[in-house]
Ligand binder design. Structure first.
Ligand code: ADP
Ligand code: MG
Length: 279
């Protein structure tokens, strides 16, 4: 299994992936590839379709059409194998308030068929690294959001995933916790874990990501390295990723009177895929 995985350079391949909720298309034929070992930033305004995409790739949601493979395993046909390779830090923190961090981790680890010994060994390591040691036996109800999020991250790592999906992992956290989590994401990546990171924080996206995709209205509107995307910004010297984001997602277009632009996206020079494959 590992051998097969190592042969493919792309750890994730997504082709025309689509999710409709009744007549509403939340994710509209997106295609992308993520290379092994990459930190891939997945950006977009609220409602763009980021979490829906992540939920499909992590087998929590069935695609309406299109396909994707994770480590060569099909997200529709090979869900068990897909799940063995991924960890998910979801948008919502799920911890039982009346249980301690360690009890929560034991519970979720057991769901993944891990033994108590393995759970404790792995959990202790990451709990220590994330500064939660003295809190690990306290009830989760007493934790701050940042403490809960750190345990949520430990939970995602229990299965020792090759790919970690982080859906807005630093949202609403204080600068210290944010810094700790960002540093930790980089450390995990240096250990060889491929990272898919969703964030609204452009500084975070730029600091961590090698490549970013900007998704809006369910479509990828731009995808490239941050440096290359910045080159395409018009009318600004030394543009930031925020400049890129605002030009691509085009606030001025959406805010103008009349019909909002529902598809096609930003100006053509961004090279968004809108159904096509872009490298
Ligand atoms: N279960 C659902 N049923 C209906 N609509 C949904 C559902 N989940 C998400 N949506 C809609 O799909 C769009 C994309 O949502 P989401 O993927 O959560 O966006 P993002 O994570 O980029 O903010 C939004 O308009 C959202 O309201
Ligand atoms: Mg979301």
């Amino acid at each position: 299994m590992k051998n097969m995985a190592e042969k493919s350079k792309n750890i994730i391949e997504v082709k025309s992936l689509t999710k409709k909720f009744k007549s509403f298309t939340a994710v509209d034929s997106i295609s992308l590839e993520v290379k092994r070992g990459e930190i891939f930033g997945f950006l977009g305004p609220n409602g763009a379709g980021k979490s829906t995409t992540i939920r499909m790739l992590t087998t929590l949601l069935t695609p309406t059409s299109g396909s994707a493979t994770i480590e060569g395993f099909d997200i529709k046909k090979d869900q068990d194998n897909v799940r063995q390779h991924i960890g998910l830090v979801a948008e919502k923190i799920i911890l039982y308030n009346h249980l301690s961090a360690m009890e929560n981790l034991e519970f979720f680890g057991r769901l993944n068929h891990l033994s108590k010994e393995v759970i404790h060994e792995r959990a202790e390591k990451w709990i220590k690294r994330l500064g939660m040691e003295e809190w690990k036996d306290a009830q989760a109800a007493t934790y701050s959001t940042g403490m809960k999020q750190r345990i949520n991250i430990v939970r995602a790592l229990l299965t020792e995933p090759d790919i970690l999906f982080l859906d807005e992992p630093t949202l609403g956290l204080d600068p210290q916790t944010t810094f700790m989590i960002r540093t930790f994401i980089q450390e995990l990546n240096e250990k060889g874990i491929t990272i898919i990171l969703t964030t609204h924080d452009m500084i975070e996206a730029e600091a961590l990501s090698e490549r970013v995709a900007i998704i809006d209205h369910g479509k990828i509107q731009a995808m490239d390295t941050v440096t290359n995307l910045k080159r395409k910004v018009k009318g600004k010297e030394n543009p930031t990723l925020e400049d890129v984001f605002l030009q691509v997602t085009g606030l001025e277009i959406r805010d103008r009177k009349g019909k909002p632009k529902r598809d096609g996206g930003g100006p053509g020079h961004w090279g968004g895929n809108a159904g096509k494959r872009v490298r």
